[in-house]
Design a protein around this ligand. Structure first.
Ligand SMILES: [Zn+2]
Ligand SMILES: [Zn+2]
Length: 136
């Protein structure tokens, strides 16, 4: 079974994800821009049961367009964003791919909130593009 390891910048939080991700995508929403300090987040969706964490994260209770609270987990020591849980996707953890030790073989399938994307970013080849959030 495929296994990937990852963690935050300082190493206080480490995790293992098992199996194939359910989805791989880019999110251009303003909240991902703020949290990452960058132009989009590269997200990998795993079943909660396939995610195992060592070390504690803190979380910020965020409210997205759905109006429901999502939890943006981050390392309390170094601030690296690690994963998000969303009530619209129960049992799923949305891992920030940049925290993986290796992103090899992960290619985005979808881009969401493309209406918020930086003007200079070209569409990523092979992705389905959604101007806002797709309904799952
Ligand atoms: Zn850390
Ligand atoms: Zn986002």
């Amino acid at each position: 079974m495929q296994e990937r390891k990852g963690g935050c910048l300082c190493g206080a939080v480490r995790y293992v994800v098992k199996g194939e991700p359910q989805m791989v995508g880019l999110c251009h929403c303003t909240h991902c821009q703020k949290q990452s300090g960058s132009v989009f987040s590269f997200n990998v969706f795993y079943k909660e049961d396939d995610y195992e964490q060592h070390g504690d994260t803190k979380f910020y209770l965020d409210t997205g367009d759905s109006g429901k609270p999502s939890r943006r987990h981050f390392c309390g020591e170094c601030g690296s964003p690690i994963f998000t849980t969303d009530p619209g996707l129960p049992g799923v953890v949305i891992v920030k791919a940049g925290t993986l030790d290796s992103m090899e073989g992960l290619h985005p399938q979808a881009e969401i909130y493309t209406d918020r994307a930086a003007q200079w970013i070209a569409p990523c080849e092979g992705t389905k593009r959604f101007p806002r959030a797709p309904s799952f």
